[in-house]
Ligand binder design. Structure first.
Ligand SMILES: [Zn+2]
Length: 405
């Protein structure tokens, strides 16, 4: 007998069966699926195409689980689930019209905060490792602090740093990752430097980043992003082409967007060409001052002319689906000064040099919230004296503690 609340959804119906897999090291979905018995290129391609606009493929990590439900008779994918962590499932289910329909299932998690302070005895990285900060979060902290402190010339033994982290828990287990709400550095030569996280209204907004108290972006000589929302559907490198199904090299980055969304020039320059071809669709090439070129493909509308000067973050076009594509997106590419395609992701790109207007107003409120959170947190910490001294390796020491609820 079934009681309400019993889980029945995971049981396969009689005419289907499940194949489970894991993301392989340095591979995407396609390769990770194709090594499985019974999965054909057609199946893998259909799944990747259906996921492309909902999952940011840059963040796939080796070892993550997925589950494919196959139909016995029709040799067809019936459903697909990708579970990057225990609380998130990206699910595709074949609907009545025969298409794989996407759904995001998220279980509620608990948020806990961690205040980490340390003293530089060897390196910042070592100190963060000692504090059980994951490599990806450490990289974020390092990226923030290297923008406010010149480690090579100004960092001294005895300098102090602080990181305030927001981490998510499920069933008392910490999920991977975490959000750096604040990172600060206090040194003999540097003085006190601090940066805060800014959270825009959309989780894919290009403005989600860290800024100084004045709202200044942490990277000065960076390219501006060509779009408002950062959602990469296909990154630079080898891939199975979504339309041809053939293995090809992808010489750029695809940003998901809706037809009509603005496309910006990433830096000052001159429009070298505009045009159309059957593969790239409507396209623009801009030549910049350092002789690099940037290209923008599949546009619905071109708003500039050959020879025209454009500014950084000037709107030059609108996103479209012209050329050989499966949906509206911007293909963005970078050619270096020797004429070679390079990975745009290796360039530092920011949405804005400075938060302004409503965004800065929102940032001021968010900074105050973060400061209050830290104050509450430290008060509890003092009241309960719940310190744990960890990482007494002789090189660095860190005080940490669990958030008190
Ligand atoms: Zn592309």
């Amino acid at each position: 007998m079934l009681c309400s609340g019993d889980t029945v959804a995971v049981l396969p119906s009689s005419d289907s069966y499940f194949i489970s897999g894991k993301i392989l090291p340095d591979e995407g979905f396609s390769k990770s699926m194709l090594v499985l018995d019974g999965i054909k290129p057609d199946h893998a391609l259909e799944i990747t195409n259906a996921l492309r606009y909902n999952v940011d493929f840059r963040f796939l990590t080796a070892g993550e689980d997925f589950l494919i439900e196959m139909d016995h008779d029709k040799n067809l994918v019936r459903s697909f689930s990708y579970m990057p962590d225990p609380v998130t499932t990206h699910k595709l289910t074949r609907n009545e019209d025969g298409y794989l329909e996407y759904e995001l299932i998220e279980l509620p998690t608990e948020i806990r905060y961690r205040h980490i302070t340390g003293e530089i005895k060897s390196t910042l990285n070592q100190a963060l490792i000692n504090a059980d900060v994951s490599p990806s979060v450490s990289a974020v902290v390092y990226g923030i602090l290297e923008c406010v402190v010149n480690f090579r010339s100004d960092s001294r033994k005895g300098d102090k740093f602080t990181v305030f982290l927001e981490e998510r828990y499920f069933n008392d287990k910490k999920l991977k990752g975490g959000k750096v709400l604040l990172a600060s550095y206090d040194g003999k030569r540097t003085g006190y430097k601090v940066a805060y996280a800014y959270t825009d209204t959309d989780r894919n907004s290009a403005f989600n980043a860290h800024y100084t108290r004045k709202g200044e972006a942490l990277i000065r000589a960076a390219l501006r992003l060509p779009v408002d929302k950062v959602h990469v559907t296909s990154s630079y490198g080898q891939r199975i082409h979504p339309v041809t199904g053939k293995k090809t090299f992808h010489y750029g980055v695809d940003y998901r967007g809706a037809t009509g969304d603005p496309v910006y020039s990433v830096s000052k320059g001159t429009v070298a060409s505009t045009g159309y071809d059957a593969v790239s669709g409507n396209k623009i090439t801009i030549e910049h001052q350092d002789n690099t070129k940037t290209v923008y493909y599949h546009l619905s509308k071109i708003l500039v002319k050959k020879g025209q000067k454009v500014g950084s973050r000037q709107k030059i076009a609108e996103i479209g689906r012209t050329g050989r594509v499966t949906g509206p997106h911007l293909h963005f590419g970078v050619v270096d000064n020797r004429g070679k395609w390079v990975n745009p992701m290796n360039r530092k790109m920011i949405a804005t040099p400075k938060l302004e207007d409503e965004r800065y107003a929102r940032f001021l409120v968010q900074m105050e919230d973060i400061d209050n959170l830290i104050r509450d947190h430290l008060t509890k910490e003092r009241m309960f004296a719940d310190y744990t001294l960890i990482g007494l390796s002789g090189t660095d020491f860190i005080y940490t503690h669990d958030n008190l609820r």
